[in-house]
Write a protein that binds this ligand. Structure first.
Ligand SMILES: [Zn+2]
Length: 507
């Protein structure tokens, strides 16, 4: 007899339905799993057999063939343990056929307990979209899977509890709809950073318009301190964005963590990171490439400290994602596209010794130029704001505890107001930093005075066409923060000052 149990698999961050069929035939007792199982799936037989024994089932004394369909897609991971066991027990007549309106997945321990798997939310969503009524998930995946609305999500602690539920002896209660997580007592706040008002202003502009930022300043000037607080002034995650973030983190088995975190992701990979650690690609044999840091930073912030220390090839892999908001990775095991829409904050010392521009610099002019050349031009092209960070002023330190610094909440309120203006003007998902060139003229009207100033500055600073557009986008955000429909000369002047590296390189 052939039994059939529905399950789900994961490709990238997308789930798909897998049909698990089991057929018992005569011949020497053995277990064959077909349908391109790799790695952990090929080993599932041992776990399944032990779990069946632990729950006092008789293993069928016959040849057992399990097929995972579609048979032409590689199956990886441990999620198929549960459906394989259910299919075998049903084929052997040990249990009734599992309901056909339900999707099952989960890793089995040798004692029959259910362990969490990667991609639970995406697989639950795939089950819902395919019209299933219920999805049974490992209890430890419940918090993330509960975000799949429109399908009943049953958290299952172990095999016995599931079988009792299926036979009607004891009912498992479905997950309740998740409550949006509340921000933890805001640990990182801009009010903790004394002084540095110019940099805070630049970060406010970056948050308001979605611009990428490069902070350049001597060691100890507080670049990382400021960058780490950047998420606290970004708009809170929307429901749709939160779903995307959980699906991404779920693909690497960290969906639970993402499901209870209120803040946007913040990733700060070390400058010794490899290209595959940053952009994705590492994976176990036979498995699709795993997402990298830029995908974990999706809908959040990617902070690259010591930018010139990163290997050039590593930085080159950022070009496509910065342009398209996604990254495509090809490996022997297959090709996969992951989302990677993040805001980049990069930081660097202005020269090798770190003190260029302060009077303490010991570098030659040639070595300063050499240092700046390490930055890849195409990468710099995608950074709208270049901000010179000055060493902390003594006055600011002396005023610590006396003067009130503005809190992240106050800054965020202005950011949200500016985002709202962009939303009204450009529609959702198109912040100023992403305005395509054809739309710039329509959305960035300059006053006559600003227009004349721009013409003069263009020649004086030797701006390229790309730089021209970047200045215009930043000026648009500055004007939005001032709630001004027209870009005034003062807005443009502020935007022009965020080209400090161009000036340093031209000096
Ligand atoms: Zn120096």
């Amino acid at each position: 007899m052939v039994s059939r149990v529905f399950s789900a698999g994961l490709h990238g961050i997308d789930g798909y339905i897998v049909t698990t069929e089991c057929f018992l035939s005569g011949g020497l007792p053995r277990l064959d799993v077909v349908g391109l199982p790799t790695g952990a799936v090929a080993e599932s037989g041992e776990r399944v057999r032990a779990a069946a024994k632990a729950c006092s089932f008789d293993w069928p004394v016959s040849r057992v063939t399990v097929n995972l369909a579609p048979a032409d897609t590689k199956k990886a991971g441990t999620a198929y343990d549960l459906p394989i066991l259910l299919a075998i027990l049903a084929a052997a007549g040990e249990i009734n056929a599992p309901p056909q309106d339900t999707v099952f997945f989960g890793e089995l321990s040798l004692t029959g307990a259910l362990r969490p798997v990667c991609g639970a939310l995406s697989m639950a969503i795939a089950a819902r979209d395919a019209g299933f009524h219920t999805v049974c998930v490992p209890a430890q995946n419940a918090a993330e899977a509960a975000y799949a609305t429109g399908i009943s999500v049953l958290p299952v602690p172990d095999l016995n509890a599931l079988l009792n539920h299926l036979s009607g002896r004891a009912t498992l209660p479905p997950c309740e709809a998740p409550q949006p997580p509340q921000p933890a007592e805001q640990a990182l706040d801009f009010s903790h950073v004394m002084g540095q008002h110019a940099v805070k202003r630049a970060l406010e502009i970056a948050a308001a318009g979605g611009h990428n930022v490069l902070l350049s300043g001597p060691p100890g000037s507080g670049k990382s301190m400021l960058a780490k607080r950047f998420s606290s002034i970004l708009p809170p995650l929307s429901d749709a964005e939160r779903l995307e973030v959980i699906r991404v983190w779920s693909a690497v088995g960290r969906g639970q963590e993402a499901a209870v975190r209120a803040e946007r992701p913040f990733r700060a990979p070390h400058h010794s990171s490899s290209a595959s650690a940053l952009s994705g690609g590492a994976g176990t044999a036979g498995r699709l490439p795993l997402p990298g840091e830029i995908t974990l930073a999706h809908r959040g912030v990617l902070f690259l400290d010591e930018l010139p220390e990163f290997h050039r090839d590593v930085l080159e892999t950022l070009r496509q994602p910065l342009e398209d908001g996604q990254v495509t990775i090809s490996r022997v095991a297959g090709q996969v596209t992951y989302p990677a829409s993040f805001q980049l904050i990069a930081a660097m010392n202005p020269c090798k010794c770190g003190w260029y521009g302060t009077g303490r610099c010991t570098c030659s002019k040639a070595s300063v130029q050499q240092y700046l050349k390490r930055l890849s031009g195409p990468l710099l092209d995608r950074i709208d704001l270049q901000v010179a960070v000055q060493p902390v002023e003594y006055a600011a330190l002396a005023a610590r505890g006396k003067a009130e610094e503005e809190s992240s909440a106050e800054i965020r309120a202005r950011v949200l107001a500016a985002r709202d203006i962009q939303y009204q003007r450009q529609g959702a998902d198109l912040c100023n930093a992403l305005l395509p060139p054809p739309q710039l003229a329509a959305h960035c009207p300059l006053t006559e005075q600003a227009s004349a100033m721009f013409a003069a500055a263009f020649d004086r600073l030797g701006l390229t066409a790309r730089a021209h557009d970047r200045v215009l986008r930043v000026a648009r955000t500055v004007a939005d923060l001032a709630a001004s429909p027209l870009i005034q000369a003062e807005h443009l002047a502020e935007a022009l000052q965020y080209r400090s590296l161009d000036r340093a390189a031209a000096d």
